[in-house]
Design a protein around this ligand. Structure first.
Ligand code: DP6
Length: 331
């Protein structure tokens, strides 16, 4: 088995010097065909390819500066995080892949304009922004595909947050995973809108990493997931190529519910929904029955992400007051 450290080492120059400052932004992303299950837990290599859309201005901004006090320190949204917190340890372990024992103490300032750990994929934008900032800070000048593969080792879905618009994360076949990275699709869809329905914003009980492990280990239903994902990926490409919104929405909603079916079939059962999540789903179905083209997708949490087009925005906002609406493609 190849370690993350070995993978990154192969791309680093012999001499590393840190700049005075580096700053990078990466968008969050919402998967229309989900990543659920790893074939390699060390490198976060997925069992299935996935496809997402990036959330434009919503994401993470990360700034790195050399530590004047010789101590690694981490701030999240302006608040310093305890060195032994899970957040600091995960983030600094990732930085260490690049420093590889060299004395380059760092201060990391990261800001999310999306709720952290509320099923809105802040780890995706967080690791993508950190990877981009490290590339600048250490003047590595690596290709986006390489940076995407590195971001994947922080969090799988981060591989897709290196790019804007529609992004496919290929599963790849190589043992070192360097062919498993995000690829931006050329397509644009200016009328596409994503509505974030915040059912709950607290930390989730079982994170995606533990959730997918439990699903693979205990749910027989998981065996059908790779087939569902492969078929959905084909349908999504067709929908994007022909601008067939109903096909896009239906495929994304069915894909999310299929993933949740495998979670529910796990033991102990994994049900990320609250009664409010179910009420929101039923509201979407009722709106569709009335002729409004609105669909939803959900990740490992209680929140819904609505999919609709610009012409229907007013009606969707009326049905879901207070939702945050994102236009992933600038017109
Ligand atoms: C349900 O990328 O958070 O949001 O690779 O273990 O960090 P790790 O998992 P993560 O999983 C995201 C799962 C998902 C679906 C998706 O975004 O594709």
């Amino acid at each position: 088995m190849i370690s993350k450290q070995q993978v990154v080492q192969a791309y680093l120059p012999a001499v590393l010097a840190a700049r005075d400052e580096a700053e990078a932004f990466a968008p969050s992303n919402i998967a229309l065909c989900k990543y659920w299950g790893k074939r390699d837990a060390e490198l976060n290599l997925p069992i299935n390819a996935s496809l997402s859309v990036s959330l434009a201005h919503l994401g993470s901004r990360t700034r790195l500066t050399p530590a004047g006090d010789d101590t690694d320190r981490v701030w999240l949204n302006g608040t310093e995080q305890a060195p032994d917190s899970a957040f600091s340890r995960k983030l600094l372990a990732f930085v260490e892949l690049f420093r590889a024992g060299r004395a380059l103490p760092v201060h990391v300032h990261t800001r999310n304009n999306i709720p952290t750990a509320a099923g809105l994929a802040s780890s995706a934008s967080g690791f993508a922004a950190l990877t981009l900032a490290l590339d600048q800070w250490l003047d590595l000048q690596l290709e986006p595909a390489v940076l995407s593969a590195f971001a994947r080792m922080g969090s799988g879905s981060a591989s897709r947050s290196l790019f804007e618009g529609f992004v496919q994360w290929d599963d790849g076949v190589r043992d070192d995973g360097m062919d498993s990275h995000g690829v931006r699709l050329a397509a644009s869809w200016p009328a596409l809108r994503i509505g974030l329905v915040k059912v709950a914003t607290g930390e989730k009980a079982v994170d995606s990493r533990a959730g997918m492990k439990r699903t693979i280990e205990t749910a027989h239903l998981y065996q059908s997931w790779p087939l569902q994902a492969a078929a959905d990926l084909t349908r999504l490409h067709q929908a994007i190529d022909t601008k067939d919104f109903a096909l896009l929405g239906q495929t994304a909603e069915q894909n999310a519910l299929s993933m949740h079916a495998t979670m529910i079939a796990s033991w102990p059962p994994l049900l990320y929904w609250t009664p409010d999540s179910v009420a929101a789903m039923q509201q979407v179905w009722a709106l569709r029955q009335q002729g409004l083209e609105v669909y939803f997708t959900m990740d490992a949490g209680p929140n819904l992400k609505l999919l609709f087009e610009a012409d229907d925005q007013a009606q969707v906002e009326q049905a879901f007051p207070g939702i945050e609406v994102v236009a992933p493609f600038r017109a």
